[in-house]
Design a protein around this ligand. Structure first.
Ligand code: FE
Ligand code: ZN
Ligand code: FE
Ligand code: FE
Length: 190
């Protein structure tokens, strides 16, 4: 089309570099919007985890692991409520938007379960999958807390930090469960 050709010529100096992805029409234009998008993403992820964690617990054998997963499920439910408070604090309706990363991490966890015999080996696999999830959450809440601080949402920042600490705690507990029993026994099963 002729008009497109003209446009191309005019914009030539600002032509994006090869590989640059074109922004969607609703793309975030500022940090507030990026913050909101991040909240929607992790809100979806936490909700998905209230279904994924019980599945992991059902497939676990170690009493310590089952306890760690169940107690983190309770925390996850609290984290959802905390996120709803954060939305309220910034004057937005709590909305979930699919988190592609969490969907993938949960899928990967299911794959690990399928690929392991029930017992210590599956337990070790579940811990590895759960820790990948916790690390994603730690990264996410670290960023969101920082965004909230930068944007001056002090109360929201404090709530996000509370959740960040719970995610770090869950990760640490999983390491302890693995180190204390499961990994050694799983190695003995070789
Ligand atoms: Fe969480
Ligand atoms: Zn995500
Ligand atoms: Fe990601
Ligand atoms: Fe978590």
């Amino acid at each position: 089309m002729k008009s497109t050709d003209n446009k191309k010529e005019i914009n030539q100096s600002q032509e994006p570099k090869k590989g640059t992805i074109k922004a969607k029409s609703n793309a975030a234009s500022g940090l507030t919007e990026l913050f909101e998008d991040g909240l929607k993403d992790i809100y979806w992820a936490e909700k998905a985890l209230t279904k994924a964690i019980p599945l992991m617990a059902k497939n676990a054998t170690s009493a310590d692991l089952i306890e760690a997963l169940n107690s983190h499920l309770t925390e996850t439910e609290d984290q959802i409520i905390r996120l709803e408070k954060v939305f309220e604090l910034i004057g937005k309706k709590a909305t979930a938007k699919k988190c592609d990363a969490m969907e993938g991490l949960i899928e990967e966890g299911k794959g690990i379960i399928e690929e392991t015999e029930i017992g210590v080996v599956r337990d070790a696999g579940i811990i590895s999958a759960a820790q990948k999830i916790e690390h994603y959450e730690i990264a996410t809440y670290g960023t969101l807390r920082q965004f909230a601080e930068t944007l001056g949402f002090e109360e929201a920042a404090a709530l996000l930090e509370e959740t960040l600490d719970e995610e770090k705690g869950a990760d640490k507990k999983l390491t302890e469960v693995a180190v204390n029993a499961i990994n050694v026994e799983a190695a003995e099963a070789d």
